[in-house]
Design a protein around this ligand. Sequence first.
Ligand code: SF4
Length: 118
Amino acid sequence: MLLPHQPLQEAAVPSARMSARDQAGPWHSEAVCRRDEAGLFFAPSKEPTAARLSREEAAKRVCARCPVMVECREHALLQPEPYGVWGGLTAAERRVVLARRRRREAELQRATRVAAAG
Ligand code: SF4
């Protein structure tokens, strides 16, 4: 099964890295980026900052009208996908979301331990 925004993604995400859930997941087939310009979602080498920001904004506009944005974003967070725009988030934005989730989980675990200790 092809992932969204192929063919560029073929290099970044070898099919061997896809989980069984991803391979079976129906969301890929509804990805808007399968029909759009694949080059929007991954940076070419040595891309100037202004060009990167502009490309990422264009990719996010595609994601904003994608019916599987939530599923795609979760996929990219769970893998995690280290490159490209997925689910309307850049790699840097996904790192921020993951850090927030880890902090929240740690706080919850601390609170659970305190409650259990009475
Ligand atoms: S949310 Fe964006 S990257 Fe994900 S499948 Fe849709 S268009 Fe592609």
